[in-house]
Design a binder for this molecule. Structure first.
Ligand SMILES: Cc1cc2nc3c(=O)[nH]c(=O)nc-3n(C[C@H](O)[C@H](O)[C@H](O)COP(=O)(O)OP(=O)(O)OC[C@H]3O[C@@H](n4cnc5c(N)ncnc54)[C@H](O)[C@@H]3O)c2cc1C
Ligand code: FES
Length: 266
């Protein structure tokens, strides 16, 4: 029996680049060799965004967008104080990171891997797609991305470098005029393994279609998080349809953020 050791680090990274790449969305590259070397797709880091003060006090969870050659990349939307402070950081600034944290995506043998991302949900999928291509070059990989409009389809060039990409937009400005779940129904024939991240209604739709077709499906959940390490129970999610005898709740930071869809929704 193998022994698995979880490596986690508190590391002071150095900002290499921090640029606006979409509506209210930035991409930050950080030199962070220890976390990068241990990172698996679907894991996240807790970022301290307080420069010289304690406000905001709590670290913020962000998915690992890429981890390569000592450089960790984050893709983040400016939604509040923490992410706005992050967006003001410059090349050479130091940033404190805790990670890699959580249970990421499991990459098993599959004839066809299909990544389904919506909005900011693409953040963990680029690392996943890159690793599937590297570890299983002979297996088919397809990427489906959805967004409100063309300019909200994030990291498109990066995804197009690793696999065929199909698009869906709410306003029809690029690809299919409709939902990424419609795209999944239309584009993917035959058995596939699905990996999805995005708004909860989208992931539920993806999981439901996968269940009907008996395809394995992994989902990456998002909740508010205070500690990111299983200590505060702030990230508890109820599993609808499950009862006390089965484990009614999961903790997204420790049990996830990635789950088999059937672990969460029936
Ligand atoms: C595992 C995980 C991975 C994540 N990965 C990414 C990522 O790669 N890129 C990215 O942009 N964001 C990601 N998030 C969400 C990100 O953590 C929040 O947007 C961030 O913490 C907001 O911090 P803030 O200080 O800017 O905003 P706050 O001032 O803390 O909040 C601003 C608003 O956003 C809401 N909010 C804050 N956090 C969350 C959350 N987790 N879910 C829903 N609403 C929230 C608040 O209720 C409030 O309305 C992830 C969250 C988790 C749990
Ligand atoms: S965030 Fe503290 S237990 Fe999950």
């Amino acid at each position: 029996m193998g022994i698995s050791v979880e490596l986690q680090y508190l590391e002071t990274g150095q900002v290499l680049e921090n640029a606006l790449v979409g509506p209210d969305t930035c991409r930050m590259e950080i030199r962070s060799p220890k976390i990068t070397a241990a990172a698996q797709p679907g894991q996240f880091v807790m970022v301290s965004v307080a420069h010289d003060s304690t406000d905001p006090l709590l670290r913020r969870p962000l998915s690992i967008h890429l981890a390569d050659n000592g450089v960790l990349t984050l893709l983040y939307r400016m939604v509040g104080k923490g992410t706005r402070l992050m967006s003001q950081m410059k090349k050479g600034d130091e940033i404190s990171l805790l990670g890699p944290l959580g249970r990421g995506f499991q990459i098993h043998d599959a004839a066809h891997h299909c990544l389904v991302g919506g909005g900011l949900g693409v953040a963990p999928l680029l690392f996943l797609g890159t690793e599937i291509k590297r570890r299983r070059p002979e297996e088919r990989l397809t990427i489906l991305l959805g967004g409100r409009s063309r300019n909200e389809l994030l990291a498109l060039d990066d995804f197009q470098k690793i696999a065929p990409v199909h698009l869906a937009t709410d306003d029809g400005s690029s690809g299919l005029h409709g939902l990424v779940t419609d795209l999944l129904g239309q584009e993917i024939e035959g058995p596939a393994t699905i990996y999805t991240c995005g708004p909860t209604p989208m992931m539920k739709g993806v999981a439901s279609l996968a269940r009907q077709r008996t395809w394995p499906c992994q989902v990456s959940l998002e909740t508010m998080m205070a500690c990111g390490m299983g200590a505060c129970l702030g990230c508890t999610v109820q599993r609808p349809g499950f009862d006390e005898t089965e484990k009614k709740y999961v903790h997204v930071c420790k049990d996830g953020p990635v789950f088999e869809a059937a672990e969460i929704w029936r």
